[in-house]
Design a binder for this molecule. Structure first.
Ligand SMILES: Cc1ncc(COP(=O)(O)O)c(C=O)c1O
Length: 410
């Protein structure tokens, strides 16, 4: 007997329908089905072109299919893609050195997704707390910030304050204390606990809406952590690798964290690649068998990441981010849209808040979509813009004309 076809003809030609029917609805994407991308632009299945002003939440800092990244990937695809860490591969050492040097740190622990890097840092900090600082077993505490977003694992959502990220997912992992983001006095009080081993912070909170802390916050936090003998962990998964106009957002305040977390753009928008970078004092504590990942440090990811770091080496993309971001902010501010209540910008990363009584950020993003600009709301009120760092002034002006048009009409 012939098996019953599981996909109808109409579903087979409708990718969105297929996704809704067979995928899990854990996202609420805008209504566009993308099938091609090059540089700052994508094309949908009907051949319509859009400017990608989100860059996959900064994973596409270098745009879609950057020729140098694609070439590095092809070259490696034709040679070797995966060994696991049971054997050595000839690319991992080069990658670790390049990233350690870019961060001015000692060692690199490669993983795959951002959440895995965060989990790894939590384990590293606890291990350091017990084996070096002398915290009693099972008592280590990590201080985190209100409004944080560090990923989706059960431990990470344990210290989220977003109900939709947490509800129905308990029981939660203990050992975290939340302080308000940007509040040094609250941090100082929390650091008074002798069981505190780490302060985990996004230098700029991306998912919360491009929230930039008050000047001096990161430097002050660094000082307080040093005084309290507590590790400072900077989650640069979204803010790092050029997005804010510096290679790392911590550089804006000349802060050297103890551990730095990278992901997203590290894989060049081609493969998931993340890493924890840090001092020998902390990462040197790991012994064989205590942590790992089948795909972490795979040669394909390493080859791409080395090229990513090369792309950032001369600082020109960081300068472009500063220039284009300033231009975008200037244009939006000059237009003085009544519907806009606040604009926050650092490098090529801009949060635009829409007055709740006028429209939702989602509605604004839908209007932008209709005229060829892809952006996404974060929270109810904020449109987040994060165009590729490789964008040109002419491209940005094209985008601004449309964004200003939509904001003016709200
Ligand atoms: C600051 C930060 N940390 C961690 C993550 C989690 O990364 P991933 O989605 O790759 O697990 C994200 C993702 O948005 C992030 O913005």
């Amino acid at each position: 007997m012939e098996p019953t076809p599981s996909v109808s003809v109409s579903e087979a030609v409708d990718p969105a329908g297929l996704e809704d029917r067979y995928g899990v609805r854990n996202y609420d994407p805008l209504s566009v089905v993308i099938s091609r991308g090059a540089g700052s632009w994508v094309e949908d299945v009907d051949g319509r072109r859009y400017f990608d002003a989100l860059s996959a939440y900064s994973a596409l800092n270098f745009g879609h299919r950057h020729p140098r990244l694609v070439a590095a990937a092809h070259e490696q695809l034709d040679r070797l893609t995966l060994t696991s860490r049971a054997f050595r591969n000839d690319r991992i050492g080069e990658f670790c050195r390049a990233l350690a040097e870019a961060c001015s740190m000692d060692r690199v622990l490669p993983m795959n997704t951002g959440a895995e890097a965060v989990e790894t840092a939590i384990k590293a900090a606890r291990k350091w707390g017990y084996e070096d600082k002398g915290v009693a077993p099972g008592r280590a505490k990590i201080i985190v910030c209100g409004g944080n977003f560090h990923g989706r694992t059960t431990t990470i959502v344990s210290f989220s304050d977003d109900p939709s990220a947490r509800n129905s997912f308990g029981p939660f992992t203990p050992g975290f204390e939340t302080v308000p983001f940007g509040d040094l006095a609250a941090l100082e009080a929390a650091l008074g606990d002798p069981d505190a081993v780490a302060f985990l912070v996004e230098p700029v909170q991306g998912e919360a809406g491009v929230i930039i802390p008050p000047a001096g916050y990161l430097a002050g936090a660094r000082e307080l952590c040093t005084e309290a003998d507590v590790l400072m962990i900077a989650d640069e998964i979204q803010s790092g690798l050029g997005r804010t106009g510096r290679t790392f957002a911590c550089e804006h305040e000349e802060v050297a964290p103890d551990l730095m977390l990278l992901g997203k753009a590290l894989g060049g928008g081609i493969v998931p690649t993340s890493a924890v970078v840090g001092s020998d004092r902390v990462l040197g504590l790991f012994q064989p068998g205590q942590h790992g990942s089948t795909f972490g440090g795979n040669p394909l990811a390493c080859a791409i990441a080395v090229e990513v770091l090369e792309l950032l080496a001369d600082g020109s993309l960081q300068r472009n981010a500063t220039e284009l971001g300033g231009r975008m902010r200037g244009s939006l501010e000059a237009a003085a849209h009544p519907a806009v209540t606040e604009i926050r910008q650092i490098g090529l990363w801009i949060g635009v808040d829409i007055a709740g009584e006028v429209a939702t950020a989602r509605a604004a993003c839908e209007r932008l979509l209709a005229i060829g600009v892809l952006a996404k709301e974060t929270q109810e009120r904020t449109i987040r813009f994060a165009p590729p760092l490789t964008s040109t002034v002419a491209e940005l002006d094209w985008v601004l004309e449309r964004v200003n048009g939509v904001l003016a009409e709200l």
